[in-house]
Ligand binder design. Structure first.
Ligand SMILES: *Cc1c(COP(=O)(O)O)cnc(C)c1O
Length: 392
Protein backbone atom coordinates (compact mmCIF):
# COMPACT_ATOMS: atom_id res chain seq x y z
CA UNK A 1 0.00 0.00 0.00
CA UNK A 2 1.35 3.40 -0.98
CA UNK A 3 1.76 5.92 1.84
CA UNK A 4 -0.69 8.78 1.35
CA UNK A 5 -0.34 10.46 4.72
CA UNK A 6 3.06 10.51 6.35
CA UNK A 7 3.50 10.19 10.11
CA UNK A 8 6.09 12.96 10.13
CA UNK A 9 7.99 14.95 7.60
CA UNK A 10 10.83 17.46 7.21
CA UNK A 11 9.34 20.73 6.01
CA UNK A 12 12.14 22.19 3.92
CA UNK A 13 12.08 24.10 0.66
CA UNK A 14 13.72 26.79 -1.44
CA UNK A 15 14.90 28.84 1.55
CA UNK A 16 16.81 25.92 3.07
CA UNK A 17 18.14 24.97 -0.36
CA UNK A 18 19.36 28.54 -0.90
CA UNK A 19 21.10 28.55 2.49
CA UNK A 20 22.82 25.22 1.80
CA UNK A 21 23.76 26.41 -1.65
CA UNK A 22 25.25 29.61 -0.22
CA UNK A 23 27.53 27.54 2.03
CA UNK A 24 28.50 25.25 -0.85
CA UNK A 25 29.14 27.95 -3.43
CA UNK A 26 30.41 30.85 -1.34
CA UNK A 27 32.17 29.29 1.63
CA UNK A 28 33.29 26.05 0.04
CA UNK A 29 33.70 24.76 3.58
CA UNK A 30 31.47 22.22 5.28
CA UNK A 31 33.28 21.88 8.58
CA UNK A 32 32.42 23.75 11.75
CA UNK A 33 32.91 27.48 11.48
CA UNK A 34 30.92 30.72 11.21
CA UNK A 35 27.55 29.21 10.29
CA UNK A 36 27.62 27.04 13.42
CA UNK A 37 28.72 30.04 15.46
CA UNK A 38 25.83 32.09 14.05
CA UNK A 39 23.31 29.29 14.65
CA UNK A 40 24.49 29.00 18.25
CA UNK A 41 24.12 32.75 18.74
CA UNK A 42 20.63 32.79 17.25
CA UNK A 43 19.54 29.80 19.33
CA UNK A 44 20.92 31.47 22.48
CA UNK A 45 18.94 34.60 21.64
CA UNK A 46 15.78 32.55 21.09
CA UNK A 47 16.18 30.71 24.40
CA UNK A 48 17.35 33.77 26.32
CA UNK A 49 18.31 34.08 29.98
CA UNK A 50 21.99 34.32 29.03
CA UNK A 51 22.26 30.62 28.29
CA UNK A 52 25.14 29.29 26.23
CA UNK A 53 24.28 26.98 23.33
CA UNK A 54 26.64 24.40 21.85
CA UNK A 55 25.63 22.69 18.62
CA UNK A 56 26.51 19.07 18.00
CA UNK A 57 25.79 16.37 15.43
CA UNK A 58 22.66 14.94 17.14
CA UNK A 59 20.70 14.95 20.39
CA UNK A 60 22.21 11.54 21.12
CA UNK A 61 25.65 13.17 20.98
CA UNK A 62 24.34 16.07 23.10
CA UNK A 63 23.16 13.69 25.84
CA UNK A 64 26.37 11.66 25.72
CA UNK A 65 28.55 14.78 26.00
CA UNK A 66 26.35 16.25 28.73
CA UNK A 67 26.86 13.12 30.84
CA UNK A 68 30.60 13.04 30.22
CA UNK A 69 30.99 16.77 30.89
CA UNK A 70 29.18 16.27 34.21
CA UNK A 71 31.78 13.64 35.10
CA UNK A 72 29.36 10.73 34.85
CA UNK A 73 30.74 7.39 33.66
CA UNK A 74 31.42 3.76 34.58
CA UNK A 75 29.96 2.72 37.94
CA UNK A 76 27.41 5.54 37.93
CA UNK A 77 23.65 5.12 37.59
CA UNK A 78 21.36 7.43 35.65
CA UNK A 79 17.56 7.47 36.07
CA UNK A 80 15.68 7.46 32.76
CA UNK A 81 11.97 6.98 32.00
CA UNK A 82 11.60 3.69 30.16
CA UNK A 83 9.33 5.26 27.53
CA UNK A 84 11.69 7.27 25.36
CA UNK A 85 13.58 6.80 22.14
CA UNK A 86 16.45 4.32 22.56
CA UNK A 87 18.81 7.26 21.94
CA UNK A 88 18.40 8.36 25.57
CA UNK A 89 19.43 4.93 26.87
CA UNK A 90 22.21 4.58 24.29
CA UNK A 91 23.66 7.94 25.34
CA UNK A 92 23.89 6.69 28.93
CA UNK A 93 25.60 3.43 27.98
CA UNK A 94 27.90 5.33 25.61
CA UNK A 95 29.13 7.31 28.62
CA UNK A 96 29.86 4.05 30.45
CA UNK A 97 27.14 4.67 33.04
CA UNK A 98 24.15 2.40 33.69
CA UNK A 99 20.66 3.54 32.75
CA UNK A 100 18.04 2.71 35.38
CA UNK A 101 14.62 2.39 33.75
CA UNK A 102 11.85 4.24 35.61
CA UNK A 103 8.07 4.12 35.37
CA UNK A 104 6.01 6.77 33.65
CA UNK A 105 2.67 8.27 34.64
CA UNK A 106 -0.38 6.75 33.03
CA UNK A 107 -2.03 10.02 32.00
CA UNK A 108 1.01 11.85 30.54
CA UNK A 109 3.66 9.18 29.80
CA UNK A 110 6.02 11.55 31.61
CA UNK A 111 8.57 10.30 34.18
CA UNK A 112 6.98 9.09 37.43
CA UNK A 113 9.13 11.13 39.81
CA UNK A 114 8.11 9.10 42.89
CA UNK A 115 9.09 5.89 41.16
CA UNK A 116 12.42 7.47 40.18
CA UNK A 117 12.99 8.52 43.81
CA UNK A 118 12.57 4.90 44.95
CA UNK A 119 15.31 3.81 42.53
CA UNK A 120 17.97 6.16 43.88
CA UNK A 121 21.07 4.37 45.25
CA UNK A 122 24.46 5.68 46.42
CA UNK A 123 25.61 5.30 42.79
CA UNK A 124 22.88 7.49 41.28
CA UNK A 125 24.43 10.59 39.72
CA UNK A 126 21.87 12.00 37.30
CA UNK A 127 18.28 11.97 36.15
CA UNK A 128 17.15 12.46 32.55
CA UNK A 129 13.54 13.65 32.34
CA UNK A 130 12.22 13.25 28.79
CA UNK A 131 9.78 15.87 27.51
CA UNK A 132 7.59 13.19 25.99
CA UNK A 133 5.34 14.44 23.16
CA UNK A 134 6.60 17.93 24.11
CA UNK A 135 4.87 17.79 27.50
CA UNK A 136 7.06 19.56 30.01
CA UNK A 137 5.72 17.57 32.96
CA UNK A 138 6.64 18.29 36.54
CA UNK A 139 10.18 19.59 36.03
CA UNK A 140 9.99 21.36 39.37
CA UNK A 141 9.58 17.99 41.15
CA UNK A 142 12.55 16.55 39.24
CA UNK A 143 14.71 19.53 40.17
CA UNK A 144 13.66 19.25 43.80
CA UNK A 145 14.48 15.52 43.90
CA UNK A 146 17.84 16.22 42.25
CA UNK A 147 18.65 18.97 44.73
CA UNK A 148 17.90 16.67 47.67
CA UNK A 149 20.11 13.86 46.35
CA UNK A 150 22.78 15.95 44.65
CA UNK A 151 21.99 14.70 41.13
CA UNK A 152 22.56 16.39 37.78
CA UNK A 153 19.40 16.99 35.74
CA UNK A 154 19.96 16.46 32.01
CA UNK A 155 16.72 17.16 30.15
CA UNK A 156 16.02 15.22 26.97
CA UNK A 157 14.17 18.01 25.18
CA UNK A 158 14.35 16.37 21.75
CA UNK A 159 10.57 16.81 21.44
CA UNK A 160 10.41 20.18 23.14
CA UNK A 161 12.18 22.78 21.05
CA UNK A 162 10.12 25.98 21.21
CA UNK A 163 8.02 24.87 24.19
CA UNK A 164 7.70 26.96 27.31
CA UNK A 165 7.60 25.98 30.96
CA UNK A 166 6.12 28.49 33.41
CA UNK A 167 6.35 31.14 30.71
CA UNK A 168 10.03 30.61 29.90
CA UNK A 169 11.44 28.72 26.90
CA UNK A 170 12.63 25.20 27.58
CA UNK A 171 16.39 25.56 27.94
CA UNK A 172 16.18 28.95 29.65
CA UNK A 173 16.08 27.30 33.07
CA UNK A 174 17.47 24.08 34.51
CA UNK A 175 20.82 22.36 34.67
CA UNK A 176 21.60 20.88 31.22
CA UNK A 177 19.08 20.70 28.37
CA UNK A 178 19.54 18.74 25.12
CA UNK A 179 17.68 19.42 21.85
CA UNK A 180 17.42 17.49 18.60
CA UNK A 181 17.30 19.00 15.12
CA UNK A 182 16.84 15.63 13.41
CA UNK A 183 14.65 15.68 10.30
CA UNK A 184 11.22 15.30 11.90
CA UNK A 185 11.65 17.44 15.01
CA UNK A 186 10.11 20.90 15.60
CA UNK A 187 12.98 22.44 13.67
CA UNK A 188 15.62 20.55 11.71
CA UNK A 189 19.15 21.12 10.52
CA UNK A 190 19.10 17.84 8.59
CA UNK A 191 20.71 16.11 11.51
CA UNK A 192 21.85 17.94 14.60
CA UNK A 193 21.41 18.75 18.23
CA UNK A 194 22.37 21.26 20.89
CA UNK A 195 23.26 21.43 24.55
CA UNK A 196 22.14 24.39 26.63
CA UNK A 197 23.47 24.91 30.11
CA UNK A 198 23.96 27.54 32.77
CA UNK A 199 27.11 25.80 33.99
CA UNK A 200 30.11 27.42 32.25
CA UNK A 201 32.42 24.52 33.16
CA UNK A 202 30.08 22.00 31.53
CA UNK A 203 29.66 24.24 28.47
CA UNK A 204 33.42 24.58 28.05
CA UNK A 205 33.99 20.83 28.42
CA UNK A 206 31.31 20.11 25.79
CA UNK A 207 32.82 22.59 23.33
CA UNK A 208 36.14 20.73 23.49
CA UNK A 209 34.74 17.20 23.71
CA UNK A 210 32.71 17.63 20.49
CA UNK A 211 36.02 18.23 18.67
CA UNK A 212 37.97 15.19 19.95
CA UNK A 213 38.82 17.23 23.07
CA UNK A 214 41.23 19.36 21.06
CA UNK A 215 41.39 22.13 23.66
CA UNK A 216 40.10 25.52 22.51
CA UNK A 217 39.59 24.27 18.95
CA UNK A 218 36.13 25.88 18.83
CA UNK A 219 37.59 29.39 19.20
CA UNK A 220 40.07 28.75 16.39
CA UNK A 221 37.47 27.33 14.04
CA UNK A 222 35.19 30.32 14.60
CA UNK A 223 38.11 32.47 13.44
CA UNK A 224 38.39 30.14 10.43
CA UNK A 225 41.66 28.78 11.73
CA UNK A 226 42.82 25.33 12.72
CA UNK A 227 44.61 24.20 15.86
CA UNK A 228 48.01 22.65 15.17
CA UNK A 229 49.76 22.88 18.53
CA UNK A 230 47.16 21.58 20.96
CA UNK A 231 46.57 19.36 23.93
CA UNK A 232 43.91 16.75 24.67
CA UNK A 233 43.08 15.69 28.23
CA UNK A 234 40.39 13.04 27.86
CA UNK A 235 38.54 10.89 25.33
CA UNK A 236 36.63 13.16 22.98
CA UNK A 237 34.31 12.55 20.05
CA UNK A 238 33.71 13.71 16.51
CA UNK A 239 30.37 15.27 17.40
CA UNK A 240 30.55 18.84 16.06
CA UNK A 241 27.94 20.26 13.67
CA UNK A 242 28.74 21.07 10.06
CA UNK A 243 28.30 24.59 8.62
CA UNK A 244 26.09 23.09 5.93
CA UNK A 245 23.63 21.78 8.51
CA UNK A 246 23.80 24.95 10.61
CA UNK A 247 22.81 27.03 7.55
CA UNK A 248 19.66 24.91 7.18
CA UNK A 249 18.93 25.11 10.91
CA UNK A 250 19.19 28.91 10.83
CA UNK A 251 16.44 29.12 8.21
CA UNK A 252 14.27 26.69 10.17
CA UNK A 253 14.65 28.79 13.31
CA UNK A 254 13.36 31.81 11.36
CA UNK A 255 10.34 29.81 10.17
CA UNK A 256 9.51 28.34 13.57
CA UNK A 257 7.40 31.11 15.14
CA UNK A 258 5.57 32.17 12.01
CA UNK A 259 4.97 28.80 10.36
CA UNK A 260 5.78 25.61 12.25
CA UNK A 261 4.60 26.53 15.73
CA UNK A 262 1.11 27.82 14.83
CA UNK A 263 0.52 24.94 12.45
CA UNK A 264 1.59 22.20 14.88
CA UNK A 265 -0.41 23.77 17.70
CA UNK A 266 -3.54 24.17 15.57
CA UNK A 267 -3.39 20.58 14.31
CA UNK A 268 -2.92 19.13 17.80
CA UNK A 269 -5.80 21.19 19.21
CA UNK A 270 -7.94 20.08 16.29
CA UNK A 271 -7.08 16.39 16.90
CA UNK A 272 -7.99 16.77 20.56
CA UNK A 273 -11.37 18.30 19.80
CA UNK A 274 -12.16 15.82 17.00
CA UNK A 275 -11.32 12.90 19.31
CA UNK A 276 -13.14 14.28 22.35
CA UNK A 277 -16.15 12.17 23.22
CA UNK A 278 -14.64 8.95 21.88
CA UNK A 279 -14.67 6.94 25.11
CA UNK A 280 -12.22 4.33 23.90
CA UNK A 281 -9.56 6.87 22.92
CA UNK A 282 -7.49 8.81 25.41
CA UNK A 283 -5.38 11.82 24.42
CA UNK A 284 -2.61 13.54 26.37
CA UNK A 285 -3.75 16.41 28.62
CA UNK A 286 -1.33 18.97 27.19
CA UNK A 287 -1.60 22.73 26.97
CA UNK A 288 -1.06 23.31 23.28
CA UNK A 289 0.27 26.80 22.69
CA UNK A 290 2.69 26.84 25.58
CA UNK A 291 3.88 23.52 24.22
CA UNK A 292 4.53 22.89 20.52
CA UNK A 293 3.80 19.23 19.81
CA UNK A 294 6.36 17.12 17.98
CA UNK A 295 4.13 14.00 17.95
CA UNK A 296 0.47 13.26 18.63
CA UNK A 297 0.07 9.91 20.43
CA UNK A 298 -3.33 8.53 21.38
CA UNK A 299 -4.14 5.58 23.66
CA UNK A 300 -6.74 3.04 22.62
CA UNK A 301 -7.91 1.35 25.77
CA UNK A 302 -10.18 -1.42 24.51
CA UNK A 303 -7.60 -3.72 22.92
CA UNK A 304 -8.20 -2.43 19.42
CA UNK A 305 -4.97 -0.52 18.91
CA UNK A 306 -3.72 -2.97 16.28
CA UNK A 307 -7.07 -2.99 14.49
CA UNK A 308 -6.99 0.81 14.30
CA UNK A 309 -3.40 0.74 13.11
CA UNK A 310 -4.22 -1.81 10.41
CA UNK A 311 -7.28 0.11 9.23
CA UNK A 312 -5.21 3.31 8.92
CA UNK A 313 -2.43 1.46 7.09
CA UNK A 314 -5.01 0.06 4.63
CA UNK A 315 -5.85 3.65 3.70
CA UNK A 316 -2.20 4.60 3.27
CA UNK A 317 -1.96 6.42 6.60
CA UNK A 318 1.28 5.96 8.49
CA UNK A 319 1.25 5.69 12.28
CA UNK A 320 3.93 5.21 14.93
CA UNK A 321 4.57 3.58 18.30
CA UNK A 322 6.35 6.05 20.59
CA UNK A 323 7.97 4.07 22.18
CA UNK A 324 8.69 0.46 22.99
CA UNK A 325 9.79 0.61 26.67
CA UNK A 326 13.57 0.39 26.80
CA UNK A 327 13.65 -2.11 29.68
CA UNK A 328 12.20 -4.65 27.22
CA UNK A 329 15.22 -4.33 24.90
CA UNK A 330 17.86 -7.06 25.15
CA UNK A 331 20.66 -4.59 25.93
CA UNK A 332 18.63 -3.14 28.81
CA UNK A 333 17.50 -6.33 30.51
CA UNK A 334 15.08 -7.83 27.99
CA UNK A 335 12.08 -7.42 30.27
CA UNK A 336 13.78 -8.70 33.42
CA UNK A 337 12.38 -5.69 35.23
CA UNK A 338 8.63 -5.20 35.30
CA UNK A 339 7.27 -1.71 34.74
CA UNK A 340 3.54 -2.38 34.42
CA UNK A 341 2.30 1.14 33.65
CA UNK A 342 4.76 1.55 30.77
CA UNK A 343 4.01 -1.95 29.48
CA UNK A 344 0.27 -1.26 29.49
CA UNK A 345 0.82 2.04 27.64
CA UNK A 346 2.95 0.18 25.10
CA UNK A 347 -0.07 -1.98 24.19
CA UNK A 348 -2.36 1.07 23.85
CA UNK A 349 -0.22 3.73 22.21
CA UNK A 350 -0.59 4.83 18.62
CA UNK A 351 0.93 7.98 17.16
CA UNK A 352 -1.17 9.76 14.55
CA UNK A 353 0.34 11.77 11.69
CA UNK A 354 1.48 15.26 12.71
CA UNK A 355 3.62 17.67 10.73
CA UNK A 356 3.08 21.20 9.39
CA UNK A 357 2.13 19.93 5.90
CA UNK A 358 -0.72 17.73 7.19
CA UNK A 359 -4.04 19.07 5.87
CA UNK A 360 -7.31 19.33 7.75
CA UNK A 361 -8.87 17.05 5.20
CA UNK A 362 -6.24 14.36 5.90
CA UNK A 363 -6.76 14.84 9.62
CA UNK A 364 -10.53 14.33 9.22
CA UNK A 365 -9.85 11.13 7.32
CA UNK A 366 -7.53 9.83 10.06
CA UNK A 367 -10.05 10.58 12.80
CA UNK A 368 -12.95 9.07 10.83
CA UNK A 369 -11.07 5.77 10.53
CA UNK A 370 -10.12 5.74 14.23
CA UNK A 371 -13.74 6.46 15.11
CA UNK A 372 -15.10 3.77 12.83
CA UNK A 373 -12.87 1.06 14.28
CA UNK A 374 -13.27 1.91 17.96
CA UNK A 375 -17.01 2.28 17.58
CA UNK A 376 -16.99 -1.22 16.10
CA UNK A 377 -18.52 -0.33 12.77
CA UNK A 378 -17.35 -2.60 9.99
CA UNK A 379 -15.31 -0.94 7.32
CA UNK A 380 -16.82 -1.78 3.92
CA UNK A 381 -14.30 -4.17 2.45
CA UNK A 382 -12.94 -3.09 -0.87
CA UNK A 383 -10.05 -4.08 -3.10
CA UNK A 384 -10.58 -7.60 -1.79
CA UNK A 385 -9.65 -6.79 1.80
CA UNK A 386 -11.64 -8.17 4.68
CA UNK A 387 -13.35 -5.85 7.11
CA UNK A 388 -11.01 -5.20 10.02
CA UNK A 389 -13.28 -3.61 12.54
CA UNK A 390 -15.94 -6.15 13.40
CA UNK A 391 -16.70 -6.07 17.11
CA UNK A 392 -15.61 -9.27 18.79
C1 LIG B 1 14.87 12.16 18.33
C2 LIG B 1 15.10 11.83 19.76
C3 LIG B 1 16.38 11.67 20.29
C4 LIG B 1 17.61 11.60 19.43
O1 LIG B 1 17.78 12.69 18.62
P1 LIG B 1 18.91 12.65 17.50
O2 LIG B 1 19.11 14.10 17.20
O3 LIG B 1 18.32 11.91 16.36
O4 LIG B 1 20.09 11.98 18.08
C5 LIG B 1 16.54 11.48 21.64
N1 LIG B 1 15.47 11.44 22.45
C6 LIG B 1 14.21 11.54 21.99
C7 LIG B 1 13.08 11.49 22.95
C8 LIG B 1 13.99 11.72 20.62
O5 LIG B 1 12.75 11.82 20.15
Amino acid sequence: MQVKVRLSKSIVGPEEAAAASRVILENGFFGMSREVQAFERELAEFIGNGREVTCVSAATAALHLALQACGIGPGDEVLVPTITYVATFQAVTASGATPVACEVLRDTSWLDVEDAARRITPRTRAIIPVHYASGTGDIAAVRELARKHNLRVIEDAAHAFGCTYEGKPIGATGDVVCFSFQGTKNITSGEGGAVVTADPAVAERIRDLRLLDVLKDTENRYRQERSWEFDVVEQGWRYHMSDLFAAIGRVQLQRFEREFKPRRVALAKRYSSLLAGLDQVRVLPLEYGSIVPHIYPIYIEDGRRDAVREALACEGIETGIHYKPNHLLTLYGGGEACLPVAEQLYREMLTLPLHPALTEHQQDEVVAIVRRVVEGRAIPSHRGRRAVAVRA
